[in-house]
Design a protein around this ligand. Structure first.
Ligand SMILES: [Zn+2]
Length: 90
């Protein structure tokens, strides 16, 4: 059994497929604050449970800092189905 060589970028709304050795795509990786990037890098080489902890911190950060247009409700005109189409006849 081999591990998958790619995974999906963890940033919400990104969806890029990236190599497993990378945590996130280049764009989203550099969006992370340096403190979190350092945490992930350090934890990755530690090889212990702290990696998961660092990943959770990063994912929480992505949740709190969505890319513009991601996670916000899209502006759609909601039409009341009870209203008649067009103007009523007087
Ligand atoms: Zn990404």
């Amino acid at each position: 059994m081999t591990l998958p060589s790619t995974h999906e970028c963890p940033a919400p709304g990104c969806g890029r497929t990236i190599p497993t050795r990378l945590f996130a795509c280049r764009t989203d990786w550099y969006r992370l604050p340096k403190t979190i990037r350092d945490l992930i890098n350090a934890a990755y080489f530690e090889g212990d449970g702290s990696y998961l902890d660092a990943v959770m911190k990063a994912e929480a950060w992505y949740e709190a800092n969505p890319k513009p247009g991601v996670g916000k409700p899209t502006l759609t005109v909601v039409r009341d189905p009870q209203l008649p189409l067009g103007l009523p006849d007087e």
